[in-house]
Ligand binder design. Sequence first.
Ligand code: ADP
Ligand code: MG
Length: 821
Amino acid sequence: MTCAACVMHVEHALLETRGVVAATVNLATEKAAVAFEPGAIPLDELRKSVEDAGYSIGTTDTTLTVGGMTCSACVMHVEHALREVPGVTHAAVNLATERARVNYVPGLAGITEFREALEDSGYRLDGVEGDARDSAAELERLSRTEEIHYFRHRCAFAVTLGIVLLLGSMHVLPWFDYLNGLNLGSWQVWPWVLWALATPVQFWAGWPFYKSGIPVLRHGTANMHTLVALGSTVAYGYSAVITMLATLAPIGTGVYFDTAALIIGLILLGRFLEARARGRTSETIRRLIGLQPNTARVVRDGQEIEVPVQDLVAGDVVAVRPGERIPTDGEVLEGSSAVDESMLTGESMPVDKTPGLPVYGATLNRTGFFQFRVTRIGQETALAQIIRLVEEAQGSRAPIQRLADRVASVFVPAVGGVAVAAFLFWLLLGPDPALTYALLTLVAILIIACPCALGLATPTAIIVGTGKGAERGILIRSAQALETAHRVDTVVLDKTGTLTEGRPVVTDIVPAEAGVERELLRLAASVEYGSEHPLATAIVEEANRRGASLADVSDFEALPGQGVTGYADGKLVLLGSPALLAAQGIPLDSLSEALAKLASEGKTPVTVARDGVALGSIGLADAAKPDSRESVARLQEMGLEVVMLTGDNRQTARHIADSLGIARVEAETLPSDKVEVVRRLQADGKVVAMVGDGINDAPALVQADVGLAMGAGTDVAMESADVTLMGNDVGSVITTLRLSRQTMRAIKQNLFWAFFYNIMLIPVAAGVLYPVFAALGGVPTELEFFFGDQGFLNPVLAALAMAFSSVTVVSNSLRLRGAGV
Ligand code: ADP
Ligand code: MG
């Protein structure tokens, strides 16, 4: 695929395949996401559709060493087994060498699938050639080395010869002038020399344009390569005809072999530079894939043996030494250490690991020696999930891109029309030699007609933006989220766990009457034992610390956002927010003074009642995160309204909000009310970002224009959020919003540059300057290279502009990498 027009062609081709319901094609990642009706469509059909449209599905080759083959019948079996694997396009087995060469679509098929297929049919996979693991194939694809090489050689060849031809035609090279004067009778030698030099450029260096540009013509469509192929062929063919006619009688006009060669050379140069720059946009993914260690030290029978990571299975015990990367996800068995998880979470502080705690593949063990039990391998690991999420986001389409695609789809035919009209116009009404000028006009417009850069403007910026986020522990799930985030004007922050640590501790125990203090805590802890709420955990911890023995509880019930209830020691215990008890008609008069005091200190009161009588209250404090205050201030500086949302007591919430500098507070909201708060803000015309812990805030996260789930750690499977913040501070919210603003700015600049050249040059190419220069009395000599002697755009300049519009756009996206957030 070469340009925005191709995206539409491939999408249409896929959509027309039977059973396909949706298809999204991304030019920058060169991936197509296809949704189809239940019942798989054979890959072959999709491939056929894509190939019929003039494109191809990228495949890769690998060589497998197959064990257990004994006779030529086995060859057939193995080939058959491998071909049956979805995603395999071709398999050829050599019995003598015990090798199978497999051509497959990476991502659809892989080593694991091959191994399974071979084992199911009674053979073994004994080895994979070189480093042909899936990730290696993917790395290769991402770094585009093949494509870069392909274009580099052809480009160097075409540009060199093109310059020789150009200098020759401009009488700069003396030996050219010698040839120029050399005539065999009336027969001129030099056009034939030019022709001979231009031919390999046209058909070898220019082959990529013919190969992918011409087949699509059969479908009545055209892409960038079609236009380049047509444009250069017109210049070349016209010159060839002139050269042949010149043998019959001297012809007044020149030949344009240098133009044809330079068009090809410059467009190839653009493709080469673009491929190189695009390879760099996916640096994040490459880095993440490269983080995965290759081997692990498995402990078997007390001995450590080194095995490839692919051979690990869940349950294996693996030893890790200081300075090593942890090979896969697992749980610490013995030993302890500090582990640097910054590559996954973006947080630079090492995390302490003791037995029972999870460790993640690709993180770096700093200080200690420990052993862990493998829990997840391969595609299940946190790292693999992160890679998948980032890739999905990078492949998704931003709404702003739809506009660009629509424009692109009408642009090519419209400019094609302009080209034909200009050609006819100058042919009939232009200066002599009319055919020459008309053809030059046609060639120049054809070269400019393709908005090549348009297809890259949005996706390259999205790739860089999402990649940059991932490096900071911010997983943006879709291009749409990244785009919407720049319009956000209101940030709703959940209090517990977002602004505060989310680890409350018991600070006060206030009995309603003297002497019930111990009983109060014991009963509360007994019932809270069944709850996973942070307040519950704190109360249970405090009871344990004071050595209370908990009672058995029956009929436990959690009242989300309010409290808990249950029978302990045969008595009905109800505890939770004062509002909950008040709603049950339990008088709290004896506690009112204490409750007011707790609230004024920013503490959360949990009141406890036994058989309908208030026993007392427990005060809990949850410290604000160290960066909360500053982050809130920075959000406000960015012009955003900050709203704090909490189920906590109104006075307590007010106190905490004041200490953080937040003016607007929505307190005592039940989980279901949180959605309402967001909806209300949206009804007021606000674009809302909601930041919460993702568990009880899920509905609000979904309702918000952008939902950010915080504190997920390495648990990246947060379905309800548009953005998963693996780090734990409010600062990541700021980073996300700024990243979105930067990305959108880059996209808008890109769209400008993508169109700038086209819009500027099409009229010039169509010849609007001809009357201008005619009125001035001819083209000034200094400008003759650009406009010839009559004011028509030199098609070489059109090629130069086209080559550089793509390069400008991709480089501008890359610049985003370096910008601080
Ligand atoms: P937040 O919005 O701050 O995350 P929740 O919605 O989880 O708070 O809870 C709101 C209020 O309900 C708490 O401040 C507390 O008063 C009460 N509550 C909820 N669950 C419990 C529980 N398990 N024990 C005691 N109180 C609870
Ligand atoms: Mg909460």
